[in-house]
Ligand binder design. Structure first.
Ligand SMILES: Cc1cc2nc3c(=O)[nH]c(=O)nc-3n(C[C@H](O)[C@H](O)[C@H](O)COP(=O)(O)OP(=O)(O)OC[C@H]3O[C@@H](n4cnc5c(N)ncnc54)[C@H](O)[C@@H]3O)c2cc1C
Ligand SMILES: NC(=O)c1ccc[n+]([C@@H]2O[C@H](COP(=O)([O-])OP(=O)(O)OC[C@H]3O[C@@H](n4cnc5c(N)ncnc54)[C@H](O)[C@@H]3O)[C@@H](O)[C@H]2O)c1
Length: 473
């Protein structure tokens, strides 16, 4: 039996980070991937294809609005061409995740489903391998709600939508989380008449309330959004997939050409044989880990979507780096999600870092909220894209507790606040950072300026300043 310092189960964002990091440090590493290519969900069915689809859809949307500038555009979108772009993005990035690259780093790559035989032994196909330490990074898959007739009528998920060859004229999206909304808006901009059905009372439930209200209102201009709605059953009627949607006890029919299920995720743990290793999961199947990312069996770690903490690619990567240090170097580093931002790539984008205003009010005695609407920021005015705002929440001394934005490019221009928070800089420090004029990032500078305006020009400090200036002149 081959023996390894580290076995990594799952060749996605998290697993690849661990395999590359551990091999670079000289560890003997095995990487097991169930599919026939490395890269995981993000590359094949998630971030990469969805962002290409979003970009294509935004370009189509822009082109259609050129009539404001006197140009007419016409014609339907060629879905085959759009999906060609999607495939190009995947194959370009796939090169970084090529199995040979990992083999050159010294990693033994096994293709096949891995499952535990004992706490240190993993079976892949007919081979058994031994790992001193084992990292589970097997990700998650779409959760499909039990709805009468859904299976029979057929539906898409993020695993099949990027294989579409034709644009559905009418599309229903079950689930209005990040997956559902990003894809719903993209499909709508490409030309599908799109309805989003979500059972919760409001969309963007994890966002700051003001953010969720603002972005929901913006999206409602492009999409039909039904909240507190549930799909009771689906039937084929006159060649259409007809959804029966219950809203406050009233049943309405929605005939569509396609259904996208985006109703959350379930972890890929069912076929791992975790019971043979004694690894515990929660009631939803996620592997329970401590803050060093160890499961209840200390030499077995779980990172990425499979531990259910923060299902994002950048978090899987961050956790992967930490696990390399803990598993291979014997450190006892603890994971912290305090400075982890996320971005929802709707148009406009939504940026989230740290506490929402509501969370901050619950936890801190005194908070300060600094808010700048994008209509006050010259670059957004010149772009004619003034929808949205920046909001920074601090404690009374200006220590950043949370930062949020709705706006074009928010995922990029807000990132300097992540850096400030990570390096323990107060909001006021960002006021001293010079922002080029006219840039989108000036929105951050202007929000930080509010801190000094309030601090210097309100109350006791202002009176002292006035006295000082009188005395000097
Ligand atoms: C449509 C969509 C868009 C998204 N967009 C973003 C985004 O813009 N930004 C962002 O940060 N996140 C995004 N995400 C989330 C992101 O894709 C995941 O958080 C990320 O892929 C998690 O990485 P992972 O390594 O945990 O799992 P994965 O990347 O899914 O990798 C897990 C791997 O394990 C393999 N595997 C499973 N079982 C076994 C087994 N028994 N043996 C061996 N291998 C196995 C799988 O085949 C897979 O390759 C998106 C997700 C979706 C669905
Ligand atoms: N830009 C990004 O970083 C990005 C993009 C996409 C996904 N992701 C990650 O993937 C994760 C999963 O996203 P998701 O959107 O699949 O899941 P989610 O859990 O965030 O949202 C699922 C939505 O579906 C609704 N829902 C569930 N069952 C339903 C039903 N039977 N009928 C109607 N509505 C139902 C829920 O109320 C919820 O609003 C996210 O938490 C995020 O971390 C990130």
């Amino acid at each position: 039996m081959k023996k390894y310092d580290l076995i990594v189960m799952g060749g996605g964002a998290g697993g690849l980070t661990v395999a590359a990091g551990a091999a670079s440090l000289g560890g003997k590493v095995a990487l097991i991937e169930k599919n026939d290519q490395l890269g995981g969900d993000c590359l094949h069915y998630g971030c990469v294809p969805s962002k290409t689809l979003i970009e294509a859809a935004n370009r189509v949307h822009e082109a259609r609005s050129l009539k404001n500038l006197g140009l007419q555009t016409s014609g339907a979108v060629d879905m085959k061409a759009v999906m060609g772009l999607v495939r190009e993005s995947i194959s370009h990035i796939q090169k970084h995740d090529d199995a040979d690259r990992f083999r050159k780093l010294g990693v033994d790559v096994y293709f096949g489903q891995g499952s535990f035989h004992s706490p240190h032994e993993v079976r892949v196909k007919d081979e058994m391998i031994y790992g001193k330490k084992i990292v589970v990074a097997t990700g998650s898959r779409p959760s499909v709600p039990e709805v009468e007739g859904l299976e029979e009528c057929g539906f898409l998920t993020n695993e099949s939508i990027f294989g579409l060859r034709e644009l559905p004229q009418r599309l229903a999206v079950i689930g209005g989380g990040p997956v559902g909304l990003e894809l719903a808006q993209a499909m709508s901009r490409l030309g599908s008449e799109t309805t989003v059905i979500d059972r919760s009372p409001a969309l963007f439930g994890k966002e700051d309330k003001e953010v969720s209200q603002s972005i929901s209102q913006i999206l409602e201009k492009e999409l039909t959004i039904l909240t507190e709605a549930s799909v009771e059953k689906v039937e084929m009627r006159g060649g259409k997939k007809t959804l029966f949607v219950n809203r406050e006890g009233v049943l309405s029919e929605f005939p569509v050409d396609e259904i996208l299920v985006a109703a959350g995720r379930v972890p890929n743990t069912g076929s791992l044989g975790l019971e043979k290793a004694g690894v515990q999961t929660d009631e939803r199947g996620y592997i329970i880990v401590n803050n060093r990312l160890e499961s209840n069996v200390p030499h077995i770690y779980a990172i990425g979507d499979v531990n259910g903490a923060f299902p994002f690619t950048h978090v899987a990567g961050m956790e992967g780096k930490l696990v390399v240090q803990n598993a291979l170097l014997g450190l006892r580093r603890k994971v912290s999600y305090d400075n982890v931002p996320w971005v929802i790539y709707t148009s406009p984008e939504v940026f989230h870092l740290g506490m929402t205003e509501e969370e901050a009010r619950d936890q801190a005695k005194v908070i300060r909220v600094f808010r700048v609407p994008l209509s006050n920021v010259d670059r957004f005015v010149t772009d004619h894209r003034t929808d949205g705002f920046v909001k920074v929440i601090t404690d009374k001394k200006g220590i950043i507790l949370g930062a949020h934005a709705v706006g074009g490019h928010a995922g990029d221009f807000m990132q300097e606040i992540t850096a400030a928070k990570q390096f323990n800089k107060k909001i006021g420090a960002l006021s001293n950072v010079v922002h080029p004029y006219p840039s989108h990032s000036a929105a951050v500078g202007q929000t930080a300026d509010l801190y000094w305006r309030e601090t210097l020009f309100e109350g006791r400090v202002q009176k002292m300043l006035e006295k000082y200036v009188k005395w000097k002149s």
